[in-house]
Design a binder for this molecule. Structure first.
Ligand SMILES: C[S@@+](CC[C@H](N)C(=O)[O-])C[C@H]1O[C@@H](n2cnc3c(N)ncnc32)[C@H](O)[C@@H]1O
Length: 240
């Protein structure tokens, strides 16, 4: 058995080392290889930026090369970016010297309780073995202060598998995720209030976008305003 077959995270790490500059080329990192522009990320992040005061701490799990999420968050927050890939973290450090980047596995990294006002993870938890998702949601809940936000793009349908040559880019890749309803349940089981869920299309498929909040005294902004903002332009999202 190869090391890749034994440890999907090693496969993911080496895969992202290989495809980092194909997914977000240095000269046009604002658009990913699937056509998601920076403006779409800005729309997803806008309710958080609008609801939380300046100067708090934000965490981006699976931050990639730091563009655009960490860069947008850094307008308002002290940002920590975590990524498994050496190449992604190296690029991120060069692009955003004011941001703290950690080359860590998001399921192993440790932070103190209540360390963050905001945790974001876009298109990244889908690469983590699905058995780790609920434990990670519980940790994220602990890392947030009361009233803190968790914004995530997760799987819409359940899938676990490997592609030996993803997109013909010369690297294997692994994904593992539950369907959206299961992720929704796991978020609530972890203690979150899910204030918004919508479908983010991509080619013939798509992903599930969640905005969840840790209840508590420090509640940040009205959920209805968040929902309205998020739903603008989205294809038939179902508010929960
Ligand atoms: C599709 S990219 C998304 C990057 C960025 N969030 C974005 O939206 O542009 C997925 C990223 O998640 C990272 N990743 C995957 N599994 C991870 C893990 N267990 N811990 C930390 N990062 C991980 C990969 O290295 C890769 O940079």
């Amino acid at each position: 058995m190869t090391p890749d077959a034994e440890d999907p995270r090693e496969l993911v790490r080496r895969g992202w080392d290989r495809v980092s500059k194909i997914y977000r080329p240095p000269e046009r990192a604002d658009v990913d290889a699937f056509g998601h522009p920076r403006s779409e990320y800005a729309t997803w992040l806008a309710p958080i930026l609008g609801s939380v005061g300046t100067g708090g701490a934000a965490l981006d799990l699976g931050c990639g090369c730091g563009i655009p999420t960490c860069e947008i968050l850094a307008q308002k927050f002290q940002v920590t970016g975590v990524d498994l890939s050496d190449v992604q973290i190296e690029r991120a450090r060069r692009r955003l010297p004011g941001v703290r980047f950690l080359r860590e596995d998001m399921s192993q990294v440790r932070f103190p309780p209540g360390a963050f006002a905001v945790v974001v993870s876009l298109y990244a938890i889908i690469h983590l073995p699905v058995a780790n998702h609920l434990p990670l949601f519980r940790k994220i809940h602990r890392w947030l202060r009361p009233g803190g936000w968790f914004l995530a793009i997760l799987g819409e349908s359940a899938y676990t598998g490997t592609d030996p040559d993803w997109m013909g880019w010369g690297a294997p890749m692994y994904w593992s995720h539950a369907d959206g309803d299961t992720s929704d349940r796991w978020l609530r089981t972890s203690g979150f209030e899910v204030v918004h869920r919508s479908y983010v299309p991509e080619g013939e498929g798509g992903h599930a976008l969640f905005l969840a909040r840790k209840p508590g005294a420090g509640t940040l902004g009205p959920p209805r305003a968040v929902e309205r903002k998020h739903r603008r332009g989205q294809p038939a999202p179902e508010p929960l």
